[in-house]
Structure formats: C-alpha cells, structure tokens
Write a protein that binds this ligand. Structure first.
Ligand code: SF4
Length: 475
C-alpha cells in the first residue's frame, strides 16, 4: 500500500468512531469518510457532548460524578474538566468486551454507586453513560433510585444522541429537576439556604456570567419579583427553590428538558433574555405577563432600566460587520446586543436547535436582516465568513482559525464572549471593548499574513496526496 495513499479518516475519527471536531469539517463517521448528505446521526461539530453533563455534575456541591465509557473518552473528558478548573474528582467505571457483553458492567456500575453513596459526603451520585455503553444498552434506569438517602441519577449522553455539550447540561439538569419535583410532590423538602425568598422569584435557566443574575434581580425588583436560582444549580436544595418560582426564564433556549419540568410543575416558561434595550423591554413585558404583574408595575420596571441601557449602548458603540457562530446557545442574544450597539450582523449560526424560547430573538434578528441558522455546521459558519468577510468573526476554535488565516480578526466565543456580562446596562457596553480592540488589530493580521505567506500552504503544508517524484513507496 502506498503510504501516502492510506485512508486517514479512521485516524481522524478516532478509535471510537467519534466524528466530533473533524478538522476539515467533513462528515467523518467510523471507518469511512462520506461526502453524502448528513443523516439523522450526524451532529454539528462540537466537543464531546458528555462534557456538558459532566461539568454540571462537577460544579455541584455534594455530588459525585461517575463516567462509564471508553478509556480514551474518559481521559479526554477528565482532562478537559480539570483544564476548566473542576475541583472535584471524576469517577470512572471501566469495562472490557467481556464485562460489556455479559452484563457485568451494569453490576460494576451498581457496585460503584453503592460504594459512593455515603450520605455524610453526598446528596447525589450521577452516572453518565458515554457512547459505547449507551449503544450497548447498559440499563442505567435499573440502578436504585436512592441508597442510604443519596439520590442516584443515571443519564445516557452519547455523541450520537445529544447534539451539543450545551444540550447535555440540560439533560442532567432536567433529570435532576424531575427527581426533585417528584420529591416535592411526595412531601416537605429542604428550604433554600437563607430561607425562602420574600418575593416571588423568576428561575433563570442557563449558565451565565456571575453578575448577570444580580443585574436581572435589580431589573425585576420594581415588579415585586426577585431573581431565583440559576439552573444548573450548585446545590441539590436549590432545585426545590428553582421549581418554587413564579416563572422560569429560558435564558438559554435549549433547556427543553428543564422547561418540561417547570411546565409539569405548573410554572410558565418565558423565552429570550434582557439583552439590549429592545430585548430588555420585551423580556420584562413577557415576565410581567407570565407572573400576572400589573401593567403600571411593568412600565415602572422598564422606565427605570431602559434609559440606562440606552445610554450604555450609545456610550460604547460598535461600528463594523460581525459574524457570530458558536455552540453555547446564547449566540442569538449576543447578536442582538451587537446590533443594538450599532454593529452590522449578517449571519448568526448556532449549533443549538430551534426551540420556542429563542423565537422572539430569531424574529427580532430577522427584522434586522440577519440570517439565523440553527444546527449550524462548521461548514455553514466558515462559508459565512468566506462569503461575508466580516470585520470580526466570533466563533468556535476552527472558525477563529480559518478567519485568522484570512487576516480577519476573530474572537473565540467561549472564552472571550461568554465570559462577559450580557444582561441589562452592564451587558450593554461589555462587548464593545473586546470587539473594537479586535477590529483595531486588522492591520496586524495583514502584516502577519504577509510575513507568513506561503508557510504551511500548498506544497509547504507537508501533506501529499500522491508520492512525490523520486520517493519510493514502501509497499
Ligand atoms: S463519548 Fe462518544 S462523543 Fe464523547 S469522545 Fe467518546 S466517542 Fe466521542
């Protein structure tokens, strides 16, 4: 076999057949690379979805998180968790072909859960099944629901079934909410730390910058409401408080399992978020409607906050063309804020699916001429950058890399955009600094592109599709 002619798709896909993050964006699945139209199991390119669920478990106090999957997957997930500052250990139940096919693996998981279920240390043990055990049908639903007062929650989060790591956060959050709701229906449950809120609360679904819930609380105050817990919660007892709300806000609109639990608890779920002037006005109105607040109180809340947001937007304008893409689920909110800051945003791609809770944002963006793509692939996002050639591209790592190769300033969504406040007056000016600084760097990118011209491209890329002349094949 010609060594320059071997099939690399298997290597790119990884031994488990994982196609997530295929470097060229091609549909790589198992042993064969396919250029065919994506099928039902093709997912947007993203990191391993299980990372989202694992992150939720690891951030929760008195919760043990246990993975069951191939060792290479668990290594990657553990590495990434600690890279992102997890302060708790990751449990692992390994398997081999024999334990998998004989059913012994389920017994190993059950034994591990029994060993961990110490009520002095844990409120809950979470078992996360990865691709291979899930595909093999390891029945986590048969685990005991509770051991010594420690709740046991098993979830399947395979890459072939959960679209993004963001949605995997919802899978675990939804399972926990369902468990907590069942407990609350059966009898009294633990009160939140510091006691119940004096005012009716609005639970906030979706991880956000720590200052955002505080800002939202201030916006709700004139309506006689308070910001409730943020889901995913940091503690089991917060789940009860989150369910005991006047309404739930799907700040991140892909929390479909969470929303289902709030609706089952008789709580209305409100979409969009208080971003920018228009977004905040509409969101406060929708929250007021959902919670039965009098119109004059809603108007008071709007009048108190909207001038400050308008002033912040006007004080920190963004003048440029920006494409937005990502897999966090907040892409539409960021685009709204950019547009209200003065930017032109022709394209928003999100790896998250369309849900009713992002419809207000989609509709608003479309009135501004924005093309919104749900379940956007890497190819969609890169095509947008190539066609539009924006002043700044916001995106995932490969999108940022592609843009920078084109001498287009680019910002990584997760580290540089998600790590900033978005809501209310604090959010209104927060993106301008980083976006304007990126745009001002355009000349440096041109200089770098000229300096490195030809390096790593074409014949200099070190990749040949045929044996170079004069080189003998090994076969
Ligand atoms: S669990 Fe599945 S999606 Fe995650 S790394 Fe392993 S094979 Fe890939």
């Amino acid at each position: 076999m010609n060594p320059f002619d071997h099939d690399t798709s298997r290597e790119r896909a990884g031994a488990t057949g994982c196609r997530i993050g295929a470097p060229d964006g091609a549909a790589v699945s198992g042993a064969a690379r396919s250029d065919a139209k994506p099928g039902p199991h093709d997912q947007p390119q993203s990191m391993c979805p299980a990372f989202g669920a694992l992150r939720v478990g690891l951030r929760m106090w008195r919760t043990a998180s246990v993975l069951c999957g191939s060792a290479c997957c668990v290594y990657g997930l553990t590495f990434t968790s600690h890279f992102y500052g997890a302060r708790r250990p990751v449990g692992y139940v390994p398997f081999d072909s024999e334990t998998l096919v004989t059913g012994r693996l389920f017994e190993d998981i059950r034994d591990a859960v029994h060993d961990l279920a110490d009520p002095a240390r844990y409120d809950a043990v979470v078992v996360i099944s990865l691709c291979v055990p899930t595909a093999s049908g390891v029945p986590l639903r048969l685990l005991p629901k509770e051991i010594n007062g420690v709740r046991v929650i098993g979830i399947d989060v395979p890459g072939f079934g959960v679209g993004t790591h963001a949605e995997a956060k919802d899978v675990l959050s939804g399972a926990m909410l369902r468990y907590a709701r069942t407990e609350a229906m059966l009898g009294p449950v633990q009160a939140p730390r510091g006691g119940p809120s004096e005012r009716p609360t609005v639970t906030l679904m979706g991880e956000m910058f720590p200052a955002d819930p505080v800002g939202i609380g201030a916006m709700l105050e004139p309506m006689g409401l308070a910001a409730g817990p943020v889901v995913p919660t940091r503690e089991w007892r917060e789940l009860y408080a989150s369910l005991d709300c006047a309404a739930a806000a799907a700040i991140h609109p892909f929390y479909v399992n969470g929303a289902r639990e709030f609706e089952a608890a008789g709580r209305p779920v409100v979409g969009s978020a208080p971003v920018g002037r228009d977004g905040t006005a509409a969101w406060l109105g929708a929250i007021g409607d959902a919670c039965g607040i009098a119109a004059d109180k809603v108007a008071e809340a709007q009048n108190r906050i909207l001038p400050a947001i308008g002033a912040a937007l006007a004080g920190k304008p963004i003048d440029g063309c920006i494409t937005v893409s990502g897999y966090e689920g907040s892409e539409l909110l960021v685009a709204r804020l950019l547009i209200e800051s003065g930017a032109e945003v022709p394209y928003v791609g999100t790896a998250a699916p369309r849900t009713p809770w992002s419809d207000p944002d989609r509709a608003w963006l479309e009135t501004k001429g924005v093309a919104v793509t749900y379940r956007a692939t890497l190819e969609d996002d890169i095509r947008a950058v190539e066609d539009i050639r924006p002043d700044v591209a916001i995106g995932t790592t490969p999108v940022v890399q592609k843009a920078k190769q084109m001498a287009i300033p680019a910002l990584y969504f997760t580290n540089l955009i998600s790590a900033r406040p978005l809501m209310g007056p604090a959010g209104a000016g927060s993106l301008a600094q980083v976006l304007n600084a990126a745009m001002a760097n355009k000349d440096r990118f041109e200089t770098m592109k000229a300096f490195f011209a030809g390096v790593g491209e074409g014949d200099a890329a070190g990749v040949w599709h045929e044996a170079p002349e004069g080189v003998d094949s090994c076969s």
